[in-house]
Design a protein around this ligand. Sequence first.
Ligand code: C5P
Length: 355
Amino acid sequence: MTDALRRVTPVVRVAPAKLNLTLAVVGRREDGFHALHSVMVPLQIADRLALAPAFAPADRLHVTGATTSELGPADMGPPDRNLVLRAIGAARAACRARGVDADLPALAARLEKRIPVAAGLGGGSSDAAAAIDAALEAWGVAGAVAPADRASIASSLGSDVPFFLAGGWALVEGRGERVTPLPAPRGPEPAVLLVTPGTGVSTAAVFAAFAGGARPAPGAALASSRHLAGELAAGMTAARFVERAGIMAVANDLAPATAAVAPALVPFRRALGRVVGRPVGQSGSGPTLWVLYPSMAAAETAAIDVRAALAAGELPAAGERPPFVCATRILAGDPGSPVDAGLDRLAPTTHDGGT
Ligand code: C5P
């Protein structure tokens, strides 16, 4: 074994998906990005990332899962565009900029995709956040890059990456770089049914459609998002949280833009609502649709119902691949993550119509 191989500790990380419970677009920034107000939560469904020494001069990436199932398109794009390799490169550059003199050998990354791709579930961003931390740990230099520096590496890679770096429930603002941890509701972890129609939707295309006028009247999603963030900050039970599903399900300002990009999603969402008999929301820029349940057992029963409806042709086709259907838990988050900083400004607003 060469010295370089000995200096790399193999690391395995779980990279969870996210759900946007609310998503308000509150303006356009000077950098062209949109300013957001979104309550985001981590899910149990996760990719797996493993780093080991590379037997090559450059970092390498091997992806499994996505090409063989309904998770996404067979072509995940060129490896140098993949967020995992970009994250490892950015972590190495940050170490060098901070004068870390240790050798930072090339890494072999193995990524097992379990989260649908281009689905509004943040899989690529979560992989990137996991890769930043995992690379620093693999090189044995985790202490060399401060949390604030990691956060700026995360922002440079994508708008959702800082949320994943923080871990846990959070209010996400700005372009995505302002992450205020929120306490998860008290009581049994709620569950969610995810239904991802088999058509990838580009986030950039959805924001472009929004900028082009495919948007709802402003204000309603923001009021709901603020109200939810305030209630969570003040402390909420899991039962009360699940009762809020109807309000969250309509609090996504990007839904009309997603519908403009992929019109087949509109009848699909309506039909899904009929099958499950509960409010159906859209995560992020879509196309993933979500339905909240008080327990994993209830979400699993709903998944069986939806698969049966698909088999019976009761849900219209909305893509070139079959939909991805999955029941999963909403995670309470990193037990170690601080949730008290900055909560004061989120005090519940006076009642805005939510029950
Ligand atoms: O940051 P990310 O790579 O996820 O963003 C993809 C695209 O979505 C951006 O290039 C931008 O067009 C749009 N976007 C935006 N405002 C945000 C996040 C993303 O306009 N807050």
